[in-house]
Design a protein around this ligand. Structure first.
Ligand code: SF4
Length: 347
């Protein structure tokens, strides 16, 4: 468990993001996490480079309601303090904590607080061997992760998660595949330093979907040079597309010369209105009568604009209204809202 979020053991794959602000700016971090939570974030992670960051953890937890993972490097005292003050998880690199005695202190604090430890192995910061950084092959990354996880297990603590991250897709995928052949520990997946919004999303989706489709991965992060909420939107959309999390799907036609309506804008607004929604709901926004009625009919809710200025509103495969194009979006939004009310009444 990471706070209230179950990890592994058949629990749904969860979505994590990381705050992108100086830990001294608690209000900014809270704002980023609240937006990420609205987009469907399950777990928030913050960098903990100093005491002030440790002390911010309870306030960030309380104001966001998210489980908070403390990301600590080099200073084992900060990891101990984070566990003691109420972090829900620790993300450490056991190799840079200053030796087994320091690691033992971190493990003892984590065990006492009942918080899991993520062992993070990153291709960009492999441990040194004979003064040289080890080559980041899949074999070496897995060996390092297993060795570090075993060191924690040998101290009598089992609540461990592992991540094997690289910015190159094939290395990261190969390392994760090899790891699950050798260990049952839960894996956090991420293509590190994936890139800006578009390329980072596509590269992350390519890497993560290869693994998730094989049943590999218990938590994921899409690491973008973009705000945390954007990372979460991409991650959730990926999980919903793969059928690993429930949530809405907006089917929208790509538009062409036949449409007389603002399909792209309407589809975008409909998708935004469903942000973070956990219902399995397919909503179609279609541009004309060529494919429109077919797709809209196959969806839970949908609209098909008409080239003559009048279009159709669909619900559960049936036409429920014929309206001027300009009124269809509002009518669809009302149906979505009404469905939410019915679902909450039935829950
Ligand atoms: S549904 Fe109509 S507007 Fe949309 S792409 Fe197809 S033909 Fe073009």
């Amino acid at each position: 468990m990471l706070g209230q979020v179950a990890v592994g053991g058949g629990a749904p794959v969860s979505v994590q993001t990381m705050a992108k602000a100086d830990p001294a700016h608690v209000d900014t971090i809270v704002e980023q996490f609240l937006m990420a939570k609205r987009a469907g974030c399950d777990i928030g992670r913050i960098a903990v480079p100093d005491e002030a960051a440790v002390e911010s953890i309870p306030e960030i937890r309380e104001r966001t309601g998210l489980p908070i993972v403390a990301d600590v490097h080099f200073n084992h005292r900060l990891a101990v303090a984070a566990a003691e003050i109420g972090a829900d998880g620790l993300r450490v690199n056991p190799g840079n904590l200053g030796g087994p005695k320091n690691l033992a202190a971190v493990v003892e604090a984590a065990a006492k607080a009942g918080v899991p430890i993520r062992v993070g192995v990153n291709a960009g910061s492999m441990p040194k061997l004979d003064g040289e950084a080890m080559e980041a092959t899949a074999e070496n990354m897995v060996s390092v992760a297993l060795e570090q996880a075993k060191a924690i297990e040998a101290m009598g603590y089992q609540a461990i998660k592992v991540s094997l991250k690289a910015s190159e897709i094939h290395s990261m995928v190969a390392a994760c595949r090899l790891f699950v052949e050798r260990s049952n520990l839960p894996l956090h997946l991420g293509l590190t330093e994936a890139g800006p919004m578009l390329s980072g999303s596509v590269r992350s989706a390519a890497a993560l979907s290869l693994l998730l489709a094989e049943g590999i991965g218990e938590t994921i992060r899409v690491s973008l040079a973009a705000p945390p909420a954007e990372e979460v939107r991409v991650a959730r959309t990926l999980l919903i597309a793969l059928g690993l999390r429930s949530g809405p799907v907006v089917v929208a036609c790509p538009t062409c010369g036949r449409t007389k309506a603002e399909v792209m804008l309407v589809a975008e607004r409909v998708e935004r209105s469903l942000e973070g929604d956990a219902r399995d709901l397919t909503v179609a926004v279609m541009g004309c009568e060529v494919n429109g009625p077919g797709e809209a009919r196959a969806s839970d809710l949908g609209l098909a604009f008409g080239s003559g200025g009048t279009g159709l509103l669909f619900e559960k495969g049936q036409v429920v209204a014929k309206l001027p194009n300009g009124q269809l979006e509002q009518a669809l939004m009302e149906k979505i809202f009404q469905r939410a009310l019915e679902d909450s009444d039935g829950a």
